[in-house]
Design a protein around this ligand. Structure first.
Ligand code: GLV
Ligand code: MN
Ligand code: MN
Length: 422
């Protein structure tokens, strides 16, 4: 029997400990959803985020893991291998949430990484390669857009200064927030940005309904669809709502409606595979009896097919320009993640681990983006999904059972041991 299928390892994953840690974390930024569900609002680089990180570090240090932080705030907790210089296995996810987020998106992948490493240590299994649990900076993009800044910087897709000027709704820039954050964590050892992991595995709730509907324990994630984010700014002229004739107005709200109607036509997809979302609209001066002179709205467009992602994404700006009547427009792309396929080294290890533990699994792609998307170019990468109730996510109603999460952590533990001994 290999170490990765050892009953000791599986038994050492402690369902209650993992659940209790998740519930402790959920207190940091706790909110109540419209139907009374217990959600979380924990934006990145805030005092709450730091409190959550300190809590995580306190658990990890008790185990004997070493914490370190890089220049963009990615946090690493290292378990040593028997060969200190061997390329590590990286596992983890993110600790930030959506403004109206749940208790599991992101944070479970980090807690599961810790649980898996704790189980490996408690089962007395030595791994050849080190294992590092990572909490990536700003995956959600809720406070500072876009998401996945930490993993994009780590994988060298973008320099870590790329987003310095991006401001949150209060006007605080990412650079200012990051500098303040790094100052608060100046006592933690600093590590160089980037690295050469042997492999990356991320555990996450599915955020869609398939595993629950098909009654499967584990999703072996095959890849992630592509995403493109844009911000559109329409500038017109403000005027008196009671006196300015419609024919003379340059009304930014009316041009926004023309733009979105035309985009809906562009994005029509009878197969229902394409995803198109306008999730944020800002209107200025935002008063009922003045014509709007400025509207800013976001576009989140996703598709698994690279060609379609490029063609339709590139058509967004011309479509808006030909739809609007008399406002000035700027369209800025701020996130461009091509579809990725995961590596058989990781997907097979995940599938084998599930099978060896008597868990049912299916292979499925991810509709959500994840930090794993940006690890694909630098190392063999894969993800483990567990079911979540009704597929609900980015919502306080997000829920997975303690048992489903424990099964995911057991598969993660076995996968990590398998990869760390290669
Ligand atoms: C990640 O949160 C996403 O929007 O897919
Ligand atoms: Mn997530
Ligand atoms: Mn999310």
């Amino acid at each position: 029997m290999s170490a990765s299928t050892s009953p000791n390892l599986i038994a050492a994953v402690d369902e209650a400990r993992q659940w209790n840690r998740l519930m402790e974390m959920a207190k940091l930024g706790a909110i109540t959803g419209s139907d009374g569900e217990p959600g979380v609002n924990r934006a990145c680089l805030t005092p709450l985020d730091r409190e959550a990180r300190r809590l995580l570090i306190s658990w990890a240090e008790k185990l004997g893991l070493t914490a370190s932080v890089d220049e963009i705030g990615n946090l690493f907790l290292r378990h040593e291998g028997t060969e200190a210089d061997a390329a590590p296995i990286l596992t983890g996810s993110h600790m930030d949430t959506q403004p109206s987020g749940g208790r599991f998106d992101g944070i479970w992948g980090v807690i599961a990484g810790l649980e898996a490493v704790q189980a490996i240590r408690e089962a007395g299994i030595a791994t050849r390669r080190p294992i590092e649990v990572v909490a990536w900076t700003n995956e959600e993009g809720g406070r500072f857009a876009p998401g996945c800044m930490g993993s994009m910087a780590y994988s060298r897709l973008k320099p870590s200064t790329t987003w310095d000027g991006v401001a949150d709704p209060e006007g605080i820039t990412f650079r200012a927030a990051l500098d303040a954050h790094l100052k608060e964590e100046a006592d933690l050892p600093r590590r160089p940005l980037g690295g050469k992991p042997f492999a990356y595995v991320e555990a996450h709730i599915e955020q869609g309904p398939r595993l629950e509907v098909e009654e499967k324990d584990i999703g072996v994630v095959t890849g992630i669809q592509g995403s493109r984010w844009f911000i559109v700014e329409l500038r017109g002229e403000t005027a008196h709502a009671g006196t300015a004739p419609l024919s003379l107005r340059r009304d930014a709200v009316q041009d926004m409606l023309r733009a979105i109607t035309a985009l809906n036509a562009l994005m029509t997809d009878p197969t229902d595979v394409l995803r198109f979302t306008v999730g944020r609209i800002e209107v200025f001066p935002n008063t009922s009896n003045s014509v709007a002179d400025l509207v800013r709205f976001t576009i989140d467009f996703r598709h698994p097919d690279k060609e379609l992602l490029i063609t339709n994404g590139d058509a967004i700006e011309p479509t808006i320009r030909s739809a609007i009547k008399n406002c000035d427009v700027t369209v800025t792309e701020r996130f461009h993640a091509l579809p990725v396929e995961f590596d058989a080294l990781v997907t097979d290890a995940v599938e084998d681990a599930a099978k060896a533990q008597g868990l049912s699994s299916i292979r499925l792609p991810s509709g959500a983006f994840h930090d794993a998307q940006f690890m694909v170019p630098i190392c063999p990468t894969g993800m483990i999904f567990v079911p979540c109730r009704k597929g609900i996510s980015h919502n306080p109603a997000e829920y997975s059972t303690s048992g489903q999460l424990a099964a995911g952590a057991r598969v993660l533990a076995a996968t990590l041991v398998e990869l760390a001994n290669r």
